[in-house]
Design a protein around this ligand. Sequence first.
Ligand code: MG
Length: 316
Amino acid sequence: MTTALPMTVPAPGLPARVRIHEVGARDGLQNEQGTVPTEVKAEFIRRLADAGLTTIEATSFVHPRWVPQLADAEQLFPMVRDVPARLPVLVPNDRGLDRALTLGAREVAVFASATESFAKANLNRTVDEALAMFAPVVTRAIEAGLSVRGYLSMCFGDPWEGPVPVEQVVRVSRRLRDMGCDELSLGDTIGVATPGHVQALLTALNDAGIPTDALAVHFHDTYGQALANTLAALQHGVTTVDASAGGLGGCPYAKSATGNLATEDLVWMLHGLGIETGVDLGRLTATSEWLAGRLGRPSPSRTVRALGGAASHKES
Ligand code: MG
């Protein structure tokens, strides 16, 4: 079967290439109801690399009690260590970093919040207490030669606090940069951002001395805004975009099946704009359909459904 591809019509003012930071195996599976067997996760990560993804977040070394879906991090990581891609892992604290270092992880990520309510709900700490907990983790990771990504949740809106002021996000971002995080991923955790807000935040971060090439965007499609927001970020010069294969992972803080931006939907837009990703859309879609079969529910990605539907029509 040949996969339908978008017609390529470039638009001015956009990057030539985008690096997709694939989060399906971590952020996606962590927010799915069911737990996927370790061998299936390993196969999923291999297939993602085979589809051309170069950065695949593999798992999280958080305490198994908090995220039972990823309790097999110790077994999984050695199974995928040889996969030809960058394989960052989430480390919540010193203990998590120890586990990641022991297994030979080369990249780690910490997970901070821009709002007090989410810091309290997710980490049972104030924003400053959480940052104080991460600081020594980031320092040790850098000393060990690792690169460190800082996730920042609730950058646009918060389910308890409503709209989040740009200055508040800038303050926490500055702290993560000062700690040594080389990349910040700006999360729209409940999917409420719109394109003007995205550009206002990016501009404010630049004004605070954080260069665009240190910024990644992590949009959720809860209100159907993820691609519009991505395009706004690309116009600003952002070249690293987080996405989840097949749209894996619902949104745990909004009553919606739609959470993470689906990698296939992102690739369709990027390739249509003539932006290189290195991703083979057909292989990626096949991978998401395969995993959807294992999860027992269809992918929420519109592109996966459109291409998968086309394939099954052909076969029947
Ligand atoms: Mg997410």
